[in-house]
Design a protein. Structure first.
Length: 286
């Protein structure tokens, strides 16, 4: 690899010391390297990272921050099909593989082309009010449909490929990818799934029933979640969130259709460890 691009979270690298350390190291090895600070957009269709500033011939995007920063960057630059490497400056993470103590060795591996590329499936969600599309986005981890406003359960009606499945009286529903299975879905009791698998996981949040479990569907299935009426036929308010970042308000009768996205995120893997070995280490460290 010769052409690099750094996306950095300045909240975690406030003085950009680590960012400059990486850029200087690459440049001393005669590699091209540019830097962009990830920050909330003021205009444009991106979230935090302006993909138009990333040169098309970039071979690797290095993301400094943590899993959250990498999720944001992935959604913004996924259409450029450039692999990402996450460097963790925060807490325990599954996506950001490299820590600060192994920076130079990780960069040496990249320059020596000693790495693997994993493709991770993403989800696309479209929110409808009747037949009108009112919002859409993509997610690498999960799409969460939850209540908005008063602290009371909401009725969620669930369909798979337009066939009614069930209803949950719950705080919300998580629709996750295998990558997202170690995130919010896991906290809500969902299964851990190997990130290179292709499937969709539905996990209710605090359901008001004793026999509710996560359900796993083939990646090609289309899952539809509709906001139901309240206990007294009131209009309920809900919200759909994409990777915990983008939010689309919903009300009773609105539905969101979730399917596998046409794009995939490419993640660089340097440690050559199996998912089982990584999982064992994360569980031990936590």
């Amino acid at each position: 690899m010769d052409r690099f691009y750094i996306i950095t979270n300045s909240d975690k690298d406030k003085k950009l010391e680590i960012t400059e350390k990486i850029a200087d190291y690459l440049k001393t090895h005669h590699k091209n390297c540019e830097v962009q600070q990830a920050e909330r957009k003021h205009e444009g269709s991106f979230h935090y990272t302006d993909p138009d500033k990333v040169p098309d011939d970039t071979q690797c995007i290095i993301v400094l921050g943590g899993d959250g920063t990498l999720l944001q960057a992935a959604r913004d630059v996924v259409h450029k099909e450039i692999p990402l490497l996450g460097i963790n400056l925060g807490n325990l993470g599954f996506l950001a593989e490299v820590n600060q103590t192994s920076l130079h060795s990780a960069l040496d591996q990249l320059m020596a082309d000693d790495y693997e590329v994993e493709e991770r499936m993403m989800l696309e969600g479209r929110v409808y009010r009747g037949r009108k599309l009112i919002g859409q986005d993509i997610a690498l981890n999960d799409i969460v449909i939850g209540r908005d406003g008063h602290l009371r359960v909401v009725r969620f009606k669930n369909y798979v490929n337009d066939v009614y499945l069930n209803s949950y009286n719950a705080d919300g529903i998580i629709i996750s990818t295998p990558t997202g299975s170690t995130g919010y879905s896991l906290s809500a009791g969902g299964p851990i799934v190997s990130p290179n698998a292709a499937m969709t996981i539905m996990t209710p949040i605090a359901p008001h029933t004793l026999n509710t479990r996560s359900i796993i569907f083939p990646a090609q299935d289309v899952i539809t979640v509709e906001i139901g009426k309240g206990r007294h036929c009131d209009c309920e308010k809900g919200i759909a969130s994409f990777d915990g970042d983008t939010f689309i308000p919903m009300v009773t009768g609105d539905c969101i259709q979730i399917r596998r996205a046409d794009v995939k995120t490419k993640i660089l893997k340097l440690n050559h460890l199996s998912f089982v070995e990584v999982l064992r280490r994360k569980m031990r460290d936590s």
